[in-house]
Design a protein around this ligand. Structure first.
Ligand code: NAP
Ligand code: MG
Length: 507
């Protein structure tokens, strides 16, 4: 709930002032394209603005990169690979990655504030992002040293050995929901394995990736990482289609992921896709009510619901449903929806006005179908937030599982609630979506938890917790939620190296 002590006009002014002052402190000096270690304008001379979703004001003007810029960046990356990076030993790459982690830690508060300005996530959550960013770089620093091949028993006269070699240059396209964290998920394994990268941030949130390059310019040899800001069709597509990259990694919507897969096919690039989700959270009747409510709040409202893994379909057992949803609705209504730069805020604006409208359209569709709203279902009634793209925390009951709002990813603070009694019928429904990214199970019965974990079609299952992402935990989707895994050694070994088999005759 909003702070009611100040009149809304004064609060609007103080929010604007806080955001302008913070922007002046944390926006980095260099905002152009970062190619070959230099800050350069877009070759087309075009720019675009990134906005603050809390105030609606322009935060910064950045470059709109094009095909020509992608060409320049890929060329710079190959030069860096051939002339310097491929000569770096694993130990040297480890030191570089450790230094990147250290720079993020040293500037953690400024990175967190900048992420909150550009994306709208609560500052307390942005700080967690930055801890994870540093930790993922540090994890991959260590992983450089264990990236090796195998010796394969091959009978008399043959010595068969595999090497895991880097691709050379990879392309990486990232989304706006965890801008710097998704960059770390991609750059960590790419650099650890010995690749150079051309990375395209999401147009909505380019600033923290640009700040990272400002902070680590002296850590990386020129051209090892190149950042081309811009729009998907102008900069993303030429990257995925580029004949000289060897692999493309994409995180974003399933719709665009399918297009990227087609683009990558042109030159048979290796591909990893981290796509959308519509994940079930399953509550057993023995669940501790208070803990289960807290976990459910994290599952759906963390990062304003803009989590690919969000537990957006709740399956609660009929024995506890009434009591559970009553407690859940009152906790949801008590979330602090306010300026995300305030320490106490637990729900910020959506990343853009357009995304807020998209969420509200799904809500309307559920309302038109006669669904019951246990909480929210609209925008907050608070004048001071009127310029921001806020949506109230929303819980929807009595909705058909075939409704579009249930089948499709809303990517906002909206959860649909279902009651279950029969286990098999519940699992069938839980699996009845095109996605298969994540699932959550809450019970004190470890046997049931394990059975359910095996029965759900999901790449990641959390038991008695939700949205926990420690470094080292492979993450990715079943079904239309993606291909391949990110995070952890599997990402490095399976997705950022190619296997070379050498067979030596011994006789
Ligand atoms: P998006 O629209 O799919 O965009 C993702 C990225 O792809 C952006 O950088 C975008 O550029 C670029 N892009 C757009 N059109 C393209 C094209 N034709 N060719 C190449 N690249 C193109 O998704 P989003 O709105 O950024 O993010 C929300 C979605 O991402 C959600 O559906 C969510 O589930 C998913 N997601 C998944 C994961 C995961 O790990 N599985 C993580 C985070 C998000 P622009 O900047 O121009 O849009
Ligand atoms: Mg923005």
């Amino acid at each position: 709930m909003a702070t009611e002590s100040q009149p809304s006009g004064d609060r609007t002014d103080s929010i604007s002032q806080r955001h302008r002052e913070t922007a002046a402190d944390v926006i980095p000096p260099n905002l152009k394209l970062y190619i070959g270690g230099d800050w350069v304008p877009s070759s087309a001379g075009e720019t675009f603005e990134t906005r603050d979703p809390t105030t609606g004001e322009t935060l910064a003007t950045v470059q709109a990169g094009t095909r020509e810029d992608i060409d320049r960046a890929v060329e710079a990356a190959w030069t860096a690979y051939d002339e310097t990076w491929s000569d770096y030993s694993a130990a040297e790459r480890q030191r570089v990655l450790e230094e990147i982690a250290a720079r993020v830690e040293e500037n953690r508060e400024a990175f967190a504030r900048l992420e909150t300005l550009d994306n709208g996530k609560p500052i307390s959550e942005a700080r967690i992002d930055m801890e994870l960013v540093a930790d993922h770089f540090r994890y991959f620093a260590g992983a450089t040293r264990v990236n090796g091949g195998e010796t394969i028993p091959s009978g008399d006269g043959q010595h068969v050995q595999t090497l895991r070699e880097p691709y050379g240059v990879v392309g990486q396209i990232i989304p706006w929901n965890f801008p710097l964290l998704m960059a770390a998920w991609k750059l960590g394994p790419a650099l650890a394995a010995g690749n150079c990268s051309v990375l395209k941030p999401a147009e909505e949130t380019p600033l923290t990736v640009l700040k990272l390059m400002n902070e680590i310019d002296d850590v990386l040899p020129d051209g090892v990482v190149n950042v081309v800001t811009g729009f998907g069709p102008d900069a993303g597509e030429p990257l995925a289609k580029h004949p000289d990259i060897r692999k493309i990694a994409f995180t974003g919507s399933t719709e665009v992921g399918k297009q990227v897969m087609t683009q990558a096919a042109e030159h048979v690039h290796d591909i990893t896709l981290e796509l959308g989700g519509k994940s079930p959270l399953i509550i057993y009747p023995d669940a501790d009510l208070e803990k289960a409510v807290a976990t459910t709040i994290t599952a759906i409202f963390y990062n304003t619901g803009e989590c690919c893994s969000a537990g957006s379909r709740l399956f609660v057992h009929s024995d506890i449903k009434d009591e559970f949803v009553e407690a859940l609705a009152s906790t949801a209504e008590d979330l602090t929806v306010d300026d995300p730069l305030l320490e106490e805020t637990t729900l910020g604006p959506k990343v853009t006005e357009e995304q807020a409208e998209r969420t509200l359209e799904y809500i309307e569709e559920a309302r038109d179908a006669g669904a019951d709203f246990l909480a929210g279902g609209d925008v907050p009634d608070d004048e001071a937030l009127a310029e921001g793209s806020f949506v109230s925390p929303t819980l929807i009951d009595d909705i058909d599982h075939d409704n579009r709002a249930v089948q499709e990813e809303i990517f906002g603070p909206v959860q649909e609630v279902f009651e279950w009694t029969d286990y098999d019928a519940m699992i069938e429904l839980a699996n009845d979506v095109d996605y298969g990214l994540a699932a959550g199970i809450i019970t004190n019965d470890i046997t049931k938890a394990y059975e359910t974990a095996k029965d759900v079609e999901a790449g990641n299952v959390w038991i008695n917790q939700y949205n926990a992402f420690p470094a080292g935990m492979p993450f990715g989707g079943y079904k239309q939620s993606g291909i391949g895994r990110e995070v952890g050694y599997e990402a490095l070994a399976e997705h950022y190296t190619q296997t070379k088999t050498i067979n030596l005759a011994l006789e």
